[in-house]
Design a protein around this ligand. Structure first.
Ligand code: FES
Ligand SMILES: [Fe+2]
Length: 357
Protein backbone atom coordinates (compact mmCIF):
# COMPACT_ATOMS: atom_id res chain seq x y z
CA UNK A 1 0.00 0.00 0.00
CA UNK A 2 1.44 3.38 -0.95
CA UNK A 3 1.45 6.39 1.35
CA UNK A 4 -1.25 7.98 -0.82
CA UNK A 5 -3.48 4.88 -0.57
CA UNK A 6 -2.99 4.86 3.16
CA UNK A 7 -4.03 8.52 3.37
CA UNK A 8 -7.18 7.89 1.32
CA UNK A 9 -8.40 5.58 4.04
CA UNK A 10 -7.75 7.97 6.90
CA UNK A 11 -10.67 9.83 8.50
CA UNK A 12 -10.69 13.63 8.40
CA UNK A 13 -10.18 15.54 11.65
CA UNK A 14 -13.90 16.35 11.50
CA UNK A 15 -14.78 12.65 11.21
CA UNK A 16 -12.65 12.16 14.30
CA UNK A 17 -14.86 14.61 16.20
CA UNK A 18 -13.18 17.99 15.75
CA UNK A 19 -16.11 20.44 15.66
CA UNK A 20 -14.53 22.95 13.23
CA UNK A 21 -14.79 22.82 9.45
CA UNK A 22 -12.10 25.42 8.71
CA UNK A 23 -8.38 25.36 9.31
CA UNK A 24 -7.41 27.73 12.12
CA UNK A 25 -6.12 31.23 11.45
CA UNK A 26 -2.53 32.11 12.33
CA UNK A 27 1.14 31.65 11.56
CA UNK A 28 2.27 28.13 10.75
CA UNK A 29 5.76 26.71 10.34
CA UNK A 30 6.34 25.59 6.74
CA UNK A 31 10.01 24.55 6.97
CA UNK A 32 13.47 25.80 7.87
CA UNK A 33 15.17 28.65 6.03
CA UNK A 34 18.09 26.40 5.07
CA UNK A 35 15.73 24.19 3.04
CA UNK A 36 14.96 26.99 0.56
CA UNK A 37 18.01 27.77 -1.55
CA UNK A 38 18.48 31.05 -3.38
CA UNK A 39 17.35 30.84 -6.99
CA UNK A 40 15.23 27.70 -6.63
CA UNK A 41 11.49 26.94 -6.63
CA UNK A 42 9.86 24.26 -4.46
CA UNK A 43 6.43 22.63 -4.39
CA UNK A 44 4.55 22.75 -1.08
CA UNK A 45 1.13 21.53 -0.06
CA UNK A 46 -0.54 23.08 2.97
CA UNK A 47 -4.13 23.94 3.97
CA UNK A 48 -5.34 21.59 1.21
CA UNK A 49 -3.78 23.88 -1.38
CA UNK A 50 -0.87 23.43 -3.74
CA UNK A 51 1.75 26.14 -3.30
CA UNK A 52 5.07 27.16 -4.78
CA UNK A 53 7.87 28.66 -2.68
CA UNK A 54 10.95 30.29 -4.18
CA UNK A 55 13.87 32.28 -2.90
CA UNK A 56 14.80 35.17 -5.15
CA UNK A 57 18.36 36.28 -5.86
CA UNK A 58 17.98 39.00 -3.21
CA UNK A 59 17.29 36.28 -0.63
CA UNK A 60 13.59 37.06 -0.18
CA UNK A 61 11.30 34.05 0.11
CA UNK A 62 7.95 34.21 -1.69
CA UNK A 63 5.07 31.74 -1.54
CA UNK A 64 2.30 31.71 -4.18
CA UNK A 65 -0.62 29.51 -5.10
CA UNK A 66 1.07 26.91 -7.28
CA UNK A 67 -0.92 27.00 -10.52
CA UNK A 68 -0.04 29.42 -13.26
CA UNK A 69 -3.10 31.46 -14.30
CA UNK A 70 -2.14 31.09 -17.97
CA UNK A 71 -2.68 27.36 -18.58
CA UNK A 72 -2.30 25.81 -15.18
CA UNK A 73 1.28 24.56 -14.80
CA UNK A 74 2.39 23.83 -11.22
CA UNK A 75 5.28 26.26 -10.89
CA UNK A 76 6.88 24.35 -8.02
CA UNK A 77 7.83 21.68 -10.56
CA UNK A 78 10.33 23.15 -12.98
CA UNK A 79 9.69 26.83 -12.23
CA UNK A 80 12.82 29.02 -12.61
CA UNK A 81 13.90 32.03 -10.62
CA UNK A 82 14.97 35.14 -12.52
CA UNK A 83 16.16 37.90 -10.20
CA UNK A 84 13.34 38.06 -7.70
CA UNK A 85 10.72 36.85 -10.17
CA UNK A 86 9.34 33.38 -10.80
CA UNK A 87 9.23 32.04 -14.35
CA UNK A 88 6.64 29.42 -15.25
CA UNK A 89 8.10 26.22 -16.76
CA UNK A 90 5.29 25.86 -19.35
CA UNK A 91 5.44 29.06 -21.51
CA UNK A 92 7.86 31.30 -19.63
CA UNK A 93 5.43 33.84 -18.18
CA UNK A 94 7.19 35.78 -15.45
CA UNK A 95 5.67 36.77 -12.10
CA UNK A 96 6.92 39.44 -9.70
CA UNK A 97 7.04 38.78 -5.90
CA UNK A 98 3.78 40.73 -5.65
CA UNK A 99 2.18 38.15 -7.94
CA UNK A 100 1.92 40.43 -11.00
CA UNK A 101 2.54 39.16 -14.48
CA UNK A 102 5.49 41.26 -15.66
CA UNK A 103 6.60 39.49 -18.85
CA UNK A 104 5.29 37.19 -21.56
CA UNK A 105 8.30 36.22 -23.67
CA UNK A 106 6.37 35.90 -26.96
CA UNK A 107 4.02 38.85 -26.54
CA UNK A 108 4.60 42.59 -26.76
CA UNK A 109 3.26 43.27 -23.26
CA UNK A 110 2.50 41.47 -20.01
CA UNK A 111 -1.04 40.59 -18.98
CA UNK A 112 -1.41 43.10 -16.16
CA UNK A 113 -4.82 41.85 -15.14
CA UNK A 114 -3.49 38.47 -14.09
CA UNK A 115 -2.50 38.04 -10.44
CA UNK A 116 -1.17 35.16 -8.45
CA UNK A 117 -2.31 34.87 -4.85
CA UNK A 118 0.70 35.29 -2.55
CA UNK A 119 0.88 34.11 1.05
CA UNK A 120 2.31 36.28 3.86
CA UNK A 121 5.73 34.87 4.84
CA UNK A 122 8.06 35.61 7.76
CA UNK A 123 11.49 34.16 8.45
CA UNK A 124 12.68 34.36 12.03
CA UNK A 125 15.06 32.11 14.01
CA UNK A 126 15.93 30.20 10.79
CA UNK A 127 12.26 29.21 10.51
CA UNK A 128 9.79 29.93 7.71
CA UNK A 129 6.26 30.85 8.78
CA UNK A 130 3.24 31.35 6.56
CA UNK A 131 -0.01 33.03 7.49
CA UNK A 132 -3.31 31.29 6.93
CA UNK A 133 -6.72 32.89 7.32
CA UNK A 134 -9.77 31.15 5.84
CA UNK A 135 -11.54 34.52 5.61
CA UNK A 136 -8.65 36.12 3.72
CA UNK A 137 -7.62 38.44 6.55
CA UNK A 138 -4.11 39.90 6.76
CA UNK A 139 -1.77 39.03 9.67
CA UNK A 140 -2.63 40.91 12.85
CA UNK A 141 0.19 39.52 14.99
CA UNK A 142 3.73 38.26 14.40
CA UNK A 143 5.32 34.83 14.92
CA UNK A 144 7.76 34.37 17.83
CA UNK A 145 11.36 35.50 17.76
CA UNK A 146 13.86 34.08 20.24
CA UNK A 147 16.02 36.90 21.63
CA UNK A 148 19.11 34.73 22.23
CA UNK A 149 19.01 33.49 18.64
CA UNK A 150 19.89 36.91 17.27
CA UNK A 151 22.95 36.97 19.57
CA UNK A 152 24.28 33.78 17.93
CA UNK A 153 24.17 31.77 21.14
CA UNK A 154 22.70 28.61 19.58
CA UNK A 155 23.92 25.96 17.18
CA UNK A 156 22.44 26.36 13.70
CA UNK A 157 19.06 24.64 13.72
CA UNK A 158 19.46 22.71 10.54
CA UNK A 159 20.17 19.81 10.31
CA UNK A 160 21.28 18.63 13.78
CA UNK A 161 18.76 20.34 16.05
CA UNK A 162 15.52 19.56 14.25
CA UNK A 163 13.03 16.75 13.87
CA UNK A 164 10.14 16.34 11.48
CA UNK A 165 7.19 14.05 11.07
CA UNK A 166 5.40 14.49 7.76
CA UNK A 167 1.83 13.66 6.72
CA UNK A 168 0.74 12.48 10.14
CA UNK A 169 -2.97 12.11 11.03
CA UNK A 170 -2.97 14.94 13.56
CA UNK A 171 -4.68 18.37 13.66
CA UNK A 172 -3.24 21.58 15.19
CA UNK A 173 -5.87 21.48 17.93
CA UNK A 174 -4.34 18.26 19.30
CA UNK A 175 -0.91 19.85 19.76
CA UNK A 176 -2.42 23.02 21.27
CA UNK A 177 -4.43 21.08 23.86
CA UNK A 178 -1.22 19.43 25.05
CA UNK A 179 -0.24 22.82 26.48
CA UNK A 180 -2.96 22.69 29.12
CA UNK A 181 -2.49 19.03 30.00
CA UNK A 182 0.06 18.53 32.78
CA UNK A 183 -1.19 15.02 33.61
CA UNK A 184 0.00 13.53 30.32
CA UNK A 185 3.59 14.53 31.21
CA UNK A 186 3.68 11.60 33.60
CA UNK A 187 2.05 9.01 31.37
CA UNK A 188 3.47 10.06 28.00
CA UNK A 189 6.71 11.89 28.78
CA UNK A 190 8.37 9.99 31.63
CA UNK A 191 7.81 12.72 34.28
CA UNK A 192 8.17 11.31 37.78
CA UNK A 193 4.88 12.79 38.98
CA UNK A 194 2.00 14.75 37.49
CA UNK A 195 3.35 18.32 37.28
CA UNK A 196 1.60 21.10 39.09
CA UNK A 197 0.03 23.81 36.92
CA UNK A 198 1.38 26.97 38.54
CA UNK A 199 -0.24 29.50 36.26
CA UNK A 200 -1.96 29.86 32.93
CA UNK A 201 -3.34 32.69 30.88
CA UNK A 202 -4.65 33.40 27.41
CA UNK A 203 -4.41 36.80 25.83
CA UNK A 204 -4.89 37.58 22.16
CA UNK A 205 -2.98 35.01 20.11
CA UNK A 206 -0.78 33.99 23.05
CA UNK A 207 -1.24 31.18 25.53
CA UNK A 208 1.09 31.03 28.50
CA UNK A 209 1.39 28.41 31.19
CA UNK A 210 3.94 27.25 33.67
CA UNK A 211 4.17 23.81 35.21
CA UNK A 212 6.31 22.73 38.12
CA UNK A 213 8.06 19.54 37.21
CA UNK A 214 10.54 17.18 38.88
CA UNK A 215 13.21 15.78 36.57
CA UNK A 216 14.97 12.56 37.48
CA UNK A 217 12.87 12.19 40.65
CA UNK A 218 13.63 9.23 42.94
CA UNK A 219 16.31 8.00 40.53
CA UNK A 220 19.57 9.29 41.99
CA UNK A 221 21.59 10.65 39.06
CA UNK A 222 20.52 10.43 35.43
CA UNK A 223 22.37 11.70 32.36
CA UNK A 224 20.08 14.76 32.31
CA UNK A 225 20.20 15.26 36.07
CA UNK A 226 23.63 13.95 37.12
CA UNK A 227 23.40 15.73 40.46
CA UNK A 228 20.16 13.92 41.30
CA UNK A 229 16.57 15.10 41.22
CA UNK A 230 15.97 18.60 39.91
CA UNK A 231 12.92 20.75 40.43
CA UNK A 232 12.28 22.93 37.42
CA UNK A 233 9.57 24.66 35.48
CA UNK A 234 8.19 24.00 32.08
CA UNK A 235 7.41 27.39 30.65
CA UNK A 236 5.02 27.11 27.72
CA UNK A 237 3.88 29.60 25.14
CA UNK A 238 1.32 28.86 22.46
CA UNK A 239 1.43 31.23 19.50
CA UNK A 240 -1.89 30.49 17.91
CA UNK A 241 -2.62 26.81 17.39
CA UNK A 242 0.40 26.01 15.22
CA UNK A 243 3.39 27.02 17.33
CA UNK A 244 4.33 25.91 20.86
CA UNK A 245 7.45 27.28 22.50
CA UNK A 246 8.95 25.54 25.53
CA UNK A 247 11.60 26.60 28.01
CA UNK A 248 12.96 24.10 30.53
CA UNK A 249 13.65 26.53 33.35
CA UNK A 250 16.06 25.12 35.93
CA UNK A 251 17.03 22.10 33.82
CA UNK A 252 18.92 23.48 30.85
CA UNK A 253 18.85 26.46 28.54
CA UNK A 254 17.41 24.65 25.55
CA UNK A 255 14.49 26.42 23.90
CA UNK A 256 12.18 24.25 21.88
CA UNK A 257 9.54 25.08 19.30
CA UNK A 258 7.10 22.36 18.34
CA UNK A 259 5.06 23.27 15.32
CA UNK A 260 2.28 21.81 13.25
CA UNK A 261 0.85 22.82 9.90
CA UNK A 262 -2.11 21.11 8.22
CA UNK A 263 -1.43 19.50 4.85
CA UNK A 264 -5.16 18.87 4.45
CA UNK A 265 -8.08 17.89 6.70
CA UNK A 266 -6.55 14.47 7.38
CA UNK A 267 -2.84 14.98 7.95
CA UNK A 268 -0.34 17.60 9.11
CA UNK A 269 3.43 18.09 9.16
CA UNK A 270 4.98 18.35 12.62
CA UNK A 271 8.38 19.87 13.23
CA UNK A 272 10.61 20.30 16.22
CA UNK A 273 13.23 23.06 16.36
CA UNK A 274 15.65 22.92 19.29
CA UNK A 275 17.68 26.00 20.11
CA UNK A 276 20.62 24.56 22.01
CA UNK A 277 23.35 26.81 23.48
CA UNK A 278 26.74 26.35 21.77
CA UNK A 279 29.56 24.79 23.78
CA UNK A 280 31.94 27.27 22.16
CA UNK A 281 31.46 30.29 19.91
CA UNK A 282 30.85 29.43 16.25
CA UNK A 283 30.47 25.68 16.95
CA UNK A 284 28.20 24.13 14.32
CA UNK A 285 27.92 20.51 15.44
CA UNK A 286 26.42 19.92 18.91
CA UNK A 287 28.31 17.87 21.50
CA UNK A 288 27.33 14.23 21.97
CA UNK A 289 25.50 15.19 25.14
CA UNK A 290 23.56 17.91 23.33
CA UNK A 291 22.68 15.46 20.55
CA UNK A 292 21.48 13.00 23.18
CA UNK A 293 19.24 15.68 24.66
CA UNK A 294 17.82 16.46 21.20
CA UNK A 295 17.18 12.76 20.62
CA UNK A 296 15.41 12.65 23.98
CA UNK A 297 13.18 15.55 22.93
CA UNK A 298 12.53 13.88 19.57
CA UNK A 299 11.40 10.76 21.40
CA UNK A 300 8.93 12.81 23.44
CA UNK A 301 7.22 14.10 20.29
CA UNK A 302 7.09 10.50 19.05
CA UNK A 303 5.37 9.53 22.31
CA UNK A 304 2.75 12.27 21.82
CA UNK A 305 2.16 11.11 18.25
CA UNK A 306 1.29 7.56 19.32
CA UNK A 307 -1.72 9.06 21.10
CA UNK A 308 -2.58 11.90 18.72
CA UNK A 309 -2.56 9.75 15.59
CA UNK A 310 -5.20 7.38 16.91
CA UNK A 311 -7.39 9.43 19.24
CA UNK A 312 -10.92 10.72 18.81
CA UNK A 313 -11.71 14.30 19.82
CA UNK A 314 -14.03 14.51 22.85
CA UNK A 315 -16.11 17.69 22.67
CA UNK A 316 -17.52 17.50 26.21
CA UNK A 317 -14.76 15.87 28.23
CA UNK A 318 -15.50 14.67 31.79
CA UNK A 319 -12.60 16.59 33.31
CA UNK A 320 -11.88 16.39 37.04
CA UNK A 321 -11.70 19.79 38.80
CA UNK A 322 -7.89 19.59 38.90
CA UNK A 323 -7.61 19.94 35.16
CA UNK A 324 -10.91 21.55 34.10
CA UNK A 325 -10.06 25.23 34.46
CA UNK A 326 -6.86 25.29 32.44
CA UNK A 327 -8.17 22.87 29.85
CA UNK A 328 -11.42 24.74 29.25
CA UNK A 329 -9.61 28.08 29.23
CA UNK A 330 -7.39 26.74 26.49
CA UNK A 331 -10.33 25.39 24.51
CA UNK A 332 -12.12 28.73 24.71
CA UNK A 333 -8.96 30.53 23.62
CA UNK A 334 -8.57 28.03 20.75
CA UNK A 335 -12.01 28.88 19.36
CA UNK A 336 -10.81 32.41 18.59
CA UNK A 337 -8.70 30.99 15.75
CA UNK A 338 -11.56 29.27 13.90
CA UNK A 339 -13.95 31.37 11.83
CA UNK A 340 -16.72 28.79 12.35
CA UNK A 341 -16.29 28.16 16.08
CA UNK A 342 -18.93 28.08 18.77
CA UNK A 343 -17.10 28.71 22.05
CA UNK A 344 -17.44 25.97 24.67
CA UNK A 345 -18.96 26.90 28.05
CA UNK A 346 -17.37 29.79 29.91
CA UNK A 347 -14.55 29.04 32.33
CA UNK A 348 -16.83 29.79 35.29
CA UNK A 349 -18.87 26.72 34.45
CA UNK A 350 -15.92 24.43 33.88
CA UNK A 351 -16.45 22.78 37.27
CA UNK A 352 -20.04 22.08 36.37
CA UNK A 353 -18.93 20.65 33.05
CA UNK A 354 -16.44 18.49 34.90
CA UNK A 355 -19.25 17.08 36.98
CA UNK A 356 -21.21 16.20 33.88
CA UNK A 357 -23.78 19.01 34.16
S1 FES B 1 1.00 27.77 -17.91
FE1 FES B 1 2.40 29.13 -17.07
S2 FES B 1 3.13 30.24 -18.72
FE2 FES B 1 1.68 28.95 -19.59
FE1 LIG C 1 3.09 16.05 25.04
Amino acid sequence: MTVADHQLELPTAQERGLPYQHFPTGWFHAGWSAEFERGKAYPLRYFAQDLVAYRGESGALTIFDAYCPHLGAHMGHGGKVCGDNLVCPFHGWEWSPEGRNVHIPYSSRPNRGQRLASWPVRETNEMVFIWHDATGGAPNWEPPTIPEWAAGEFYPLHPHCTGDWRNRPVAPQFLAENLADPAHQKYVHEATDVPEMIEFSAEGPLWHSRQRLVWGGRKGGTWLTPGGEKVGYLDIQGWGLGIALFRFVGVDDTVQIQSIIPVDHKVSDLRMSNFVPRHEPDAVVPTDRALKRIEHLRRQVGNDLVVWEHMRYVTRPPLPPEEAKAYMTLRRWATTFYPDATPPPAVESADALAEGA
